[in-house]
Design a protein around this ligand. Structure first.
Ligand code: AVJ
Ligand code: FE
Length: 365
């Protein structure tokens, strides 16, 4: 709610882009997902609005049609969100979680972690859309701290643009070939696509310690005529960032974001390098710097790990497996720390750049 506090209902309902949902859809979807998995599945209650749930099904309703759906809007939307949350808290009181609970949805509180992660990921999706809203600045006043959360963590989530310091000299991390363990351990929260943890064989490789900067990307554009990142516009001799209706000079030292996989792959080849595979990234990530400015494109397709089991539903990951999507690793400035971990796999289509996506190069050693 803090994220959308500066917006009015017209802005919440508007279709800003065919590849992003209206904000009202995300808000209703977050609440409906919570109702479905917790209030209905765990609490055994009837849905609050009957068949409404099917309009919030992400697979049945692709992003480009979501503006025309009879979804909840305005006061009705806010009332539904509040009703669901009240029921959620109610159900929570009567529920047992712990390592020995039989229901895998409840064991170790899986369903709660899933709902939190889901909401936080949609916050990032909403922030992608909010880049299209002129004058948008997140409403800090509406934020509240949850137990254990420091003001710094809340502020970091809302920081524009990425400001973490970059080391001066670009250099590389050398990783020796051999067997590496990848994926999420069997206990603790992770998505199904991160499991099972397993061994992979890697050849020796080098990976840049830092992500590609705006300055380096400009050199690539000048040398090859490649397209600029999304939200860049020419301004005199230089470039400005026009997201959120601003015109801010591009900082050549900051990592580049809003590039597609095609742009990232093109850059890497031009530089005489290549994108890392997702497993190279995971094996090296303990030594990388600048992780968290932007998601990092990898050369890997989004595929199931050997022994994969869909949980708790096929539509989270399984329906996206195949060679259509590319995997991104790491996190962006808009990713909540709670959902950032070395085994986390993000994915998108290779031509997309609305996500906060950047580049890190690798090469065979
Ligand atoms: C992991 C970001 C690709 O947006 O499709 C949200 C996250 N899954 N609701 C997506 C997700 C279900 C997912 N990504
Ligand atoms: Fe979702």
């Amino acid at each position: 709610m803090a994220l959308v506090e500066p917006l009015d209902d017209e802005q919440l309902n508007r279709v800003w882009s065919p590849i992003l949902s209206p904000l009202a859809w995300d808000l209703g979807h977050i609440a409906n997902f919570e109702e479905l998995w917790l209030v209905q599945r765990i609490g055994g209650r009837e849905p609050l609005r009957g068949e409404l749930g099917r309009f919030y099904d992400a697979i049945e309703n692709p992003r480009k049609v979501r503006g025309e759906l009879p979804i909840l809007r305005d006061e009705e939307l806010r009332a539904y969100m509040a009703d669901v949350r009240e029921r959620t808290l109610d159900v929570l009181e009567g529920v047992e979680i712990g390592p020995d609970v039989e229901d895998p949805l409840l064991r170790d509180g899986f369903v709660y972690e899933m709902l939190l992660a889901h909401e936080l990921q949609h916050d990032e999706t909403m922030l992608q859309l909010l880049q299209l809203v002129p004058g948008y600045e997140p409403g800090r006043g509406a934020g509240h701290l949850s137990p254990g959360q420091t003001p710094g963590q809340l502020a970091r989530r809302f920081e524009y643009p990425p400001v973490r310091e970059m080391p001066r000299t670009p250099d590389t991390v050398v990783v020796k070939g051999g067997s590496y363990e990848v994926g999420a351990p069997a206990n603790g929260f992770a998505y199904d696509n991160e499991r099972p943890r397993h061994m992979v064989e890697l050849e020796s490789f080098e990976i840049d310690r830092t992500p590609v900067t705006n300055g380096a990307y400009v050199s690539y554009m000048e040398a090859t005529g490649a397209e600029p990142p999304l939200y860049w516009e020419r301004d005199g001799g230089g470039w400005v960032d026009v997201s959120r209706g601003r015109r801010e000079p591009i900082d050549p030292a900051a990592p580049v974001i809003h590039v597609s996989w095609e742009q990232a792959d093109g850059f890497a080849r031009w530089a005489g390098k290549r994108l890392p595979t997702e497993f190279e990234w995971e094996a090296a990530c303990g030594q990388l710097e600048g992780v968290g400015h932007g998601w990092e494109w990898t050369s890997s397709h989004f595929l199931a790990y050997p022994g994969f089991e869909a949980f708790p539903y096929r539509e989270y990951s399984e329906v996206f497996f195949g060679d259509e999507y590319r995997v991104l690793r790491g996190a962006s400035w808009a990713t909540h720390p709670r959902v950032a971990r070395p085994s986390f796999r993000n994915w998108d289509l290779p031509q997309r750049s609305q996500i906060f996506s950047g580049i890190r190069c690798a090469r065979d050693a």
